[in-house]
Design a protein around this ligand. Structure first.
Ligand SMILES: [Zn+2]
Length: 409
């Protein structure tokens, strides 16, 4: 039996069992698709003591992080979101030439470039070598390490203590959450602020976003659980924003427990109350999630079977991690989906893990004119339907699988 990543309580309560799945970022080359492929259980647990929702760690993090295919810079709306954040937080904290911004999980430098352009000194920490190289190439200084207390101590010793520590979509991927948050405590200057963005568990459950669960995401946080974890490491969450990215995320604001200059916001008080009334502090709430997931699988398969019986051709759009969870869990292969397309050239000519669906450049759509395009990154559906409006020219329609199967003529 596994133990809770945060409080070490034995995990006894299942949230949902998504069966066996390969690592979602392991895109296969044409040579690899005839070989054996590792599949791991994708079983989601909730801790009865601290309510941290988590996936058991079956794969050592080095295997996941050394070459990571996701380059943050490939989504327009994501770039705009992070640019807005850089402007907002620089003004709110009055960051300037003698400040220091450290981003954890800095990817290809997509966020830090906006601070650097304002003359604010930056440092990225990014464990995936190939994306860290891309950051360094664009002039964003980057340490290629997995963040934790050890790296924090080294950075502090080198004079890199931070006015702002930030991270977006990194907390879920941290294999040792105590070492990570403990590292933030060390890295933060006495009056410093940490902001972390992560998908909001309350939204994940309310809107059935089960496909955002994958092996690379070890944990899934409510505000209540995040508060408990940060407090255990001497950090008080004094503010929180609800933002729209990744189907609904939180941006939490933390400060040292000793820093009384930043009072708790009304937003934090209200969100805490809403999570309590949504039942996120009661174990029964988590037990109800699985049936909702099973029903979505039945509905999506119903639609695809019906479309194929009518001789329709279906292509996918995107090759995100969430797509791989969805396709593997539902057993959707080239019997339903002819291929998928993606803007990231790294993925072209490769195949989705497990389902072996080929990935092509977006131009493939106009060459083959499919009847349906299944949008796998449904969180970007508005942006994608706008970009691909031309498929309507041949009567093509969009299908969005989450929160519920929906066709957009
Ligand atoms: Zn726990």
């Amino acid at each position: 039996m596994a133990n809770c990543l945060f409080c070490a309580e034995p995990l006894r309560r299942t949230v949902v069992d998504l069966g066996m799945s390969p690592l979602c970022e392991s895109f296969l080359t044409v040579d690899q698709i005839n070989h054996m492929e590792p599949f791991y259980p994708l079983h989601v647990w909730v801790c009865e003591r601290c309510f941290l929702v988590q996936v058991e760690e079956y794969v050592r993090p080095e295997g996941i992080f050394t070459e990571y295919a996701y380059f943050s810079s490939y989504s327009d709306s994501w770039l705009a979101h992070m640019r807005d954040y850089a402007h907002m937080i620089s003004a709110r904290l009055s960051l300037r030439e003698n400040s220091k911004v450290v981003e954890l999980g800095s990817n290809d430098g997509y966020l830090l470039q906006y601070f650097a352009a304002k003359g604010i000194p930056v440092l990225g920490v990014e464990p995936a070598r190939n994306v860290a190289q891309a950051a360094i190439a664009r002039g964003v200084p980057t340490v290629t390490k997995l963040f934790g207390r050890q790296i924090a101590r080294e950075l502090v010793a080198e004079g890199d203590q931070a006015d702002l520590v930030c991270g977006a979509n990194v907390l879920a991927q941290v294999p040792d959450v105590n070492d990570f948050v403990g590292g933030i405590k060390l890295l933060l200057k006495p009056g410093g602020v940490v902001t972390i963005e992560f998908p909001h568990l309350m939204r994940l459950m309310a809107e059935n976003q089960f496909d955002t669960i994958y092996h690379e995401h070890f944990s899934y946080f409510s505000f209540l659980t995040a508060e408990r974890i940060f407090a255990a490491h001497g950090i008080t969450l004094f503010d929180v924003e609800e933002i729209t990215t990744h189907g609904g995320s939180l941006r939490i604001y933390g400060r040292h427990i000793e820093d009384t200059s930043k009072p708790a916001s009304e937003r934090a008080t209200k969100l805490r109350a809403r999570e309590q009334s949504a039942g996120l502090d009661r174990i029964e709430t988590y037990a109800a999630f699985a049936e909702q997931v099973h029903e979505t699988k039945r509905r999506l398969l119903d639609f695809l079977i019906g479309a194929k019986r009518r001789q329709k051709r279906i292509a996918g759009y995107g090759a995100p991690g969430k797509g791989n969870t969805l396709l593997n869990y539902c057993g959707i292969r080239t019997d339903f989906l002819d291929y998928t397309v993606d803007r990231n050239p790294y993925k072209h000519g490769r195949f989705l893990p497990g389902t072996h669906i080929p990935i092509h450049p977006p131009e493939r759509l106009s060459e083959t004119r499919p009847d349906y395009v299944l949008i796998l990154p449904w969180n970007l559906k508005d942006e994608i339907m706008e970009q691909l409006a031309y498929i309507r020219g041949w009567g093509g329609q969009f299908v969005v699988p989450i929160p519920d199967v929906k066709v957009y003529p």
